[in-house]
Write a protein that binds this ligand. Structure first.
Ligand code: ATP
Ligand code: PRP
Ligand code: MG
Length: 285
């Protein structure tokens, strides 16, 4: 029987969240230290731990079948691969930044200047679109140090919290693209492997849906059920169960994460009491 070879970053920003996602999908990973190829006991899958920057090429060649990488890397490397699902973690952007005392925050400031980056293809495309001529200096890391050591006038790199820019006396001036971790597949999967991928995708969606939802339980006097139900941002009609106490019911439902705080005050005003919000492990509709 076919197996699906999945590439995961060996170490770095994507490693932990990628492994946690697979574990949440019920995939039992045998964590042999320093092992670069790991078998999975309960799913037709094999895990390869690779350098992030090598993964798109392996996918294009068909050496690995699927992988978890950042969208920004796919845009930079322009390989023939297919994004299957956005995964919602490792959110960041690729941006231009200049020393904080530079007054001109427009892109024109960088005309005829030197820009350091680990993303030369992405940067070149953006500069061309904006008719900016600049010398691109490619370095593989610690890009934010470049203006301070006289290597460049500006940089193009990944920004998330903005801390690294701040600590190096830089400010973000243009966002070139937004990125997050994505599940990607090679264009060379056979039918059996596509089927395994569908199974994995089904599990990933159940995990993601559960992460974005909460289970809500609240008590409400029977004559207030309608008013409370109208306010509750439920995904489906709630379950209503009678309480032992005469005239009261317990109302259960699923709500979208984040929406709860918007309605808490009006729920209480409408008569809801003893409100519980409970995490959901998996959700399949
Ligand atoms: N500060 C950050 N916040 C959120 N996501 C980030 C951040 N930095 C990088 N990423 C995302 O994580 C991916 C991997 O970044 P990381 O720095 O771990 O590896 P790398 O140095 O690009 O690759 P390699 O494994 O080849 O050394 C990036 O392509 C990007 O999508
Ligand atoms: O906006 P922030 O939250 O500060 O994150 C941005 C920093 O994170 C990444 O570096 P990383 O820590 O992955 O180090 P690396 O250059 O060795 O890959 C990126 O290259 C930036 O330097
Ligand atoms: Mg990095």
């Amino acid at each position: 029987m076919s197996k699906l070879k999945i590439a995961i970053q060996k170490s770095g920003r994507l490693n932990e969240d990628s492994l946690n996602l697979l574990k949440a999908c019920g995939i039992a990973i045998d964590n042999g230290k320093d092992q670069l190829k790991v078998a999975v006991a309960n799913f037709p899958m094999e895990i390869l731990y690779l350098r992030n920057s090598d993964i798109p090429q392996y996918l294009e060649d068909g050496t690995v079948d699927i992988a978890i990488v950042g969208e920004n890397l796919l845009i930079e490397q322009q390989k023939q691969v297919e994004i299957v699902e956005k995964l919602g973690f490792s959110k960041c952007r690729v941006s231009l930044a200049v020393p904080k005392d530079v007054e001109d925050e427009s892109i024109n400031y960088l005309n005829n200047k030197k820009i350091a980056t680990s993303y030369p293809v992405t940067l070149k495309a953006f500069l061309d679109q904006n008719n900016i001529q600049a010398e691109i200096h490619t370095i593989s890391g610690s890009v934010e140090i470049a203006p301070n050591i006289g290597l460049a006038d500006g940089i193009c790199d990944i920004v998330s919290s903005g801390n690294t820019l701040f600590r190096n006396g830089l400010k973000e001036t243009q966002v070139i693209l937004q990125s997050e971790a994505v599940l990607v597949k090679s264009k060379k999967l056979n039918a059996e492997q596509e089927e395994i991928l569908d199974k994995l995708l089904f599990r990933i969606k159940a995990v993601q849906k559960a992460k974005n939802s909460k289970y809500i339980l609240l008590n409400v006097p029977n004559d207030k059920i309608e008013a409370v139900t109208k306010i509750l941002p439920v995904l489906k009609s709630p379950t209503i169960l009678p309480l032992a106490q005469e005239g009261w019911s317990s109302l259960h439902s699923v709500i979208a994460e984040g929406e709860f705080w918007d309605v808490i005050d009006s729920l209480k005003t409408a008569g809801a009491e003893d409100i519980l919000i409970v995490p959901i492990d998996k959700m399949v509709s």
